[in-house]
Design a protein around this ligand. Sequence first.
Ligand code: 7RM
Length: 632
Amino acid sequence: MNEYRLAYDESIAHPDIFWGRVADSFTWKQRWSKVRSGDYHQVNYTWFDEAKLNITENCLDRHLLALGEQTAYIWEPNDPKEAVRHISYNDLHNMVCRLANGLSAMGVKKGDRVCIYMPMVPELAVSLLACARIGAIHSVVFGGFSAQAIADRVNDADCHWMITADGVYRGDKKLVLKSIVDEALERCPGVRNVVVLNHRNFDITMYPKRDIWWHDVIEHQSETHDAVAMDAEDPLFILYTSGSTGKPKGVLHTTAGYMVYAGYTFANVFQHQHDDIYWCTADIGWITGHSYMVYGPLLCGATSVLFEGVPSYPDWGRLWDVVDKHRVTIFYTAPTAIRALEAQGLEHFKGKSLSSLRVLGSVGEPINEEAWNWYHENVGHQRCPIVDTWWQTETGGILIAPLAGITPTKPSFATLPLPGVIPVLVDAQGNELLEKNAEGNLCIKQSWPGQARSVYGDHDRFISTYFATYKGLYFTGDGCRRDDDGYYRITGRVDDVINVSGHRIGTAEVENAIDEHENVYECAVVGIPHAIKGQCLFAFVACHHQPQNMTALSKEIHKLVSEKIGSFARPDYLCAVSGLPKTRSGKIMRRIIRKIAEGEPDKIGDITTLLNPEVVEEIKIKVAEVIKAPVS
Ligand code: 7RM
């Protein structure tokens, strides 16, 4: 712990020395002239100016001499009876070089955007790395998104290339990814070629000229490739994330700072050792997968389990089977998975040893005390430290978390900031709360290397979303409590972002989808607590004609949300009302409907200033009916 304090103090007093030393442990084609430049007022911060590098040389090439035959990925298929694949660092290097050469031969160049829509297979990691190798910017779209959502993202980033696969089984669900891509690309005239991995031999349509099999792209390609020299601030990837307003933002990360931060935080938070077997259950389609399934672990020469399946297939003991089978030492998952397992009783632990486990991690949403204790007892057998890691797509890597086995933990606290990170709590007026014991909105005072640099194509939106609320501070959108020990406990979003099973969902996006229904003239979506998912969506609709059949309406709305976003964004509750409470300026008062939906109608406060206070009584009655008998 003393070492942490010293490192933290140095990182704040002498950030250039601190981060320069961390960066020294990586491989550079040219050194930086300056560690940090710019600030939060102009939102022009940069890291490692003038340095040149390629992140994949750091992930792959520099390990080959010592670790070439070490396994980089253990691929665990959806079906436990199917063969496991072991991909060594040599194999991974060869696969990345061949695809990099293949993509180059197709005409993909530095700075081009490539959209990736793939199942959890080693080739997904290979795709990211092959893009990074040639300097193309990858934009991964999670495999649960709909055709419309893919199209929106492809067009926003002006991607000319796509990489996908025929499809996948997740549990007993068959997903034909290629046909979803085909539908999406009807709306994307800019896409020239689609590389298609034949993963499951599904019967799909290959459009001549546009579609090319992965195996044809890499055929005859060399197993070596001269990695393109990237500038420190050249874009590495775009990853779309939901905010409180409008369409999803293409969060932009650049090369050197992201690399240094992903590698540093992976090594330190998990206290990774060379003989560890690391397993993060996140999909590579989210930021956790980017930073802690691909870049962080590979930068550290780790061996990772890459799991194609789901926790419930073929039964709820699957995760523990995988832990025992591969002797997993570090296990990193989301509270929603922990609560879902907890709800299944203890039966699924029968016959499972879990003795290989050394460190447990949690990410994506606040972990409640009960789930924390259950995880600690039943999975960690009270012997494994839990690292509750708080961070965001925008932060690139973990900002607040214990260092495994070093920082004393407290259930539901993400504990202390990592070196280089200065959290501050502010009140609604933007005053910094200086006393230790405080609660407010969480901001960060100074840039760290892994911080996002922009929103793709819209720097003004980047500034207005994160740097305009509190001058000179990065605003996270989260509420937070700090205790007498200076420990941080994240309490959840303070904006209109809802975290359902660790998936970030913007209410505006769901409302836009529901508004497409011909009978809906107005709607509002709020998040309410859910025992397993953390939060779930509660939708209010005001209709032109009184809906005759709520089950039918609910089905139609589910279909719309699945089409526009993905089925994970479907509301759990639907309530038809004659109108929504509004301010005199016409703004929907979500706070009021949220309180009612949360089952606290007495806590809505003063409603006399509303334009239409009369709707509130009706909403209370309708909500009570819906909660008793949810139609969805
Ligand atoms: C990594 C990730 C970010 C939002 C963030 C929080 C919530 C994430 C924790 C957490 C409490 C945690 N990126 N969040 N981790 N809340 N404790 N350990 O999830 O961009 O998809 O979401 O998730 O609200 O702002 S994300």
